[in-house]
Design a binder for this molecule. Structure first.
Ligand code: ADP
Ligand code: ADP
Length: 224
């Protein structure tokens, strides 16, 4: 089954450059349950726009965005925002962890906001940290962790509320190559353990080659 399906997604910006009236021009894209898809795009190709639309942060001018059986473009803004918080996890190049909280607390807090009990949230945080090998550092604040550890904590936070879709934008982009390799393996361990759908934008073709499938965004369209 498809967890994410984009059909004919078109998007432009009012003040886009004259020759770039439309950024996305009828994008069709599917990511199935348990599938990890690499999104490779030259700079300016519309990668961020596509991720924002897939992640329900923005809406297309035309076309449809399905999460599972639900057409997200047919929902009110309020329902779409609620769906985003429930169903979508985000990972960025920089971790954006809360500096005044420990690694574990950074993973517990979004679960509390989602109505999970503190005990259950803590168990889940420890299980996730264990999967990525950061359990021994659970009580450290982000500043006391290495870049790779910080990023692995951010992965755990993104998956804390068991989203059905994970969107990542250069998830290892700020790490040195050796570290990126290990941290990417940790991300794959997390994703493979859940069966969620993942769309991971990267310029790193070696990492892209380790995913299930590569799609390219060129001239506003997705090509296999
Ligand atoms: P990428 O992430 O692939 O670099 P973006 O999706 O950020 O590409 O942007 C694609 C094109 O859309 C660029 O030409 C960019 O200038 C334009 N663009 C992106 N966001 C906006 C915006 N909010 N307003 C106007 N133009 C935008
Ligand atoms: P909260 O539940 O704390 O209010 P939001 O609903 O605003 O958080 O955001 C949920 C997720 O969407 C977060 O992971 C956040 O990083 C991401 N997000 C929110 N706004 C943006 C944005 N403008 N660009 C990129 N990501 C965003």
């Amino acid at each position: 089954s498809d967890e994410l399906r984009l059909e004919g997604v078109t998007k432009g910006y009012n003040h886009a450059k004259p020759n770039e009236v439309t950024v996305l021009q009828g994008v069709d894209l599917r990511v199935g349950a348990g599938e990890v898809v690499a999104l490779v795009a030259p700079s300016g190709a519309g990668k961020s726009t596509l991720l924002h639309i897939a992640g329900l942060l923005d809406t297309p001018d035309a076309g449809r965005v399905w999460l599972g059986e639900t057409d997200m473009t047919a929902l009110s803004d309020k329902r779409r925002t609620a769906a985003r918080r429930r169903e979508v996890g985000f990972i960025y190049q920089f971790h954006h962890l809360l500096p005044e909280f420990t690694a574990e607390e950074n993973i517990v807090l979004p679960q509390l906001a989602n109505g999970v009990s503190r005990a259950a949230a803590r168990d889940r945080a420890r299980e996730l940290l264990d999967t990525v090998g950061v359990a021994p550092r659970a009580s450290h604040r982000p500043a006391a962790l290495s870049g790779g550890e910080q990023q692995r904590v951010a992965y755990c936070r993104a998956l804390a509320n068991r989203p059905r879709l994970l969107l990542a934008d250069e998830p290892t982009g700020n790490l040195d190559p050796g570290s990126a390799d290990r941290v990417f393996a940790a991300l794959m361990d997390l994703v493979r353990g859940t069966g969620l759908a993942a769309l991971i934008a990267t310029h790193n073709l070696e990492l892209a080659g380790r995913m299930d499938r590569i799609v390219r965004l060129e001239a506003g369209r997705v090509v296999a």
